[in-house]
Design a protein around this ligand. Structure first.
Ligand SMILES: Nc1ncnc2c1ncn2[C@@H]1O[C@H](COP(=O)(O)OP(=O)(O)O)[C@@H](O)[C@H]1O
Ligand SMILES: [Mg+2]
Length: 248
């Protein structure tokens, strides 16, 4: 298989994931992290953000449903999270509306025009603050109430282009409806087609335990395993082990 080692890597800081990816996400990739509620999407995104900021990369974490204060207050007692990163501005949590206010747009985005202005405000913010890592948690929640699917597609294309151009690496969280009864429901969505990478988090019943799993479905610019791994959410971060060890 051809190895694509030319592209510089953005180490997620999650050791097991970086080793699956041969070092991390290729710089400038826009990666979709998807799965039903409770599988660890926010935990993975937080670790990516905190470890990046701790390593000297300016990072923004945009929340679309939760207030940033509430999210910060519920971050587990991670031993790698130095809250000085918030003081120094190296790691910044913000709501969509806060980003829009920086462009003098008030309230939540409600129209196609607002969403596109969000994209422009984001671009400006990344440029002015030399942002290297971005998380939007959750991207899909921004579009509740929008009937026109082309809006999310257009914003996605805009962000994808922006990331590559600016050398910023992004995680976009996408929720999967639990009633779809299928962890892989995402594979054919337009979001997963446009994204440079797709990581699916899921659940796996093993005897009386409900395990959390992680699978890298695609990652442009990296050769990687497509196997399913078990993940443990711990205070030292996400631990990754092969699913098959010890039988299913
Ligand atoms: N470090 C941790 N140790 C133990 N439990 C955790 C840890 N981090 C998160 N959790 C728990 O895991 C659950 C799901 O995590 P979360 O990342 O919020 O999932 P999602 O964003 O996919 O809904 C939450 O109930 C949370 O309390
Ligand atoms: Mg979440």
């Amino acid at each position: 298989m051809a190895k694509s080692q030319e592209r510089e890597k953005c180490a997620t800081g999650i050791e097991g994931l970086d080793s699956i990816l041969g070092g991390g996400f290729p710089v400038g990739n826009m990666v979709l992290v998807t799965g039903v509620p409770g599988v660890g999407k926010t935990s993975l995104s937080l670790e990516f953000a905190i470890r990046g900021a701790a390593g000297g990369e300016r990072t923004i974490y945009i929340t679309t449903i939760e207030r940033p204060e509430k999210l910060i207050a519920s971050v587990p007692e991670y031993d790698f999270f130095d809250r000085d990163l918030l003081e120094s501005g190296m790691l910044r949590f913000m709501e969509v509306s806060e980003l829009l206010e920086s462009s003098s747009i008030y309230g939540r985005p409600e129209t196609r025009e607002d969403i596109m202005r969000f994209g422009e405000a984001l671009s400006r913010h990344i440029e002015e603050n030399n942002v290297r890592r971005l998380v939007i948690d959750s991207f899909s929640a921004m579009f509740y109430g929008f009937d026109d699917g082309t809006i999310s597609r257009d914003l996605l294309l805009m962000i994808s282009e922006m990331m590559y151009e600016k050398g910023c690496t992004a995680i976009l969280v996408a929720d999967v409806d639990p009633s779809s009864h299928c962890d892989m429901a995402v594979t054919a969505t337009i979001e997963s087609i446009i994204s440079d990478g797709v990581i699916v988090l899921g659940n796996h019943q093993r005897r009386s335990d409900l395990l959390r799993t992680m699978q890298v479905l695609k990652m442009k610019g990296a050769s990687h395993s497509r196997s399913k791994y078990v993940i443990d959410l711990t205070t030292v971060g996400i631990l990754v082990t092969p699913l098959l060890r010890g039988g299913t």
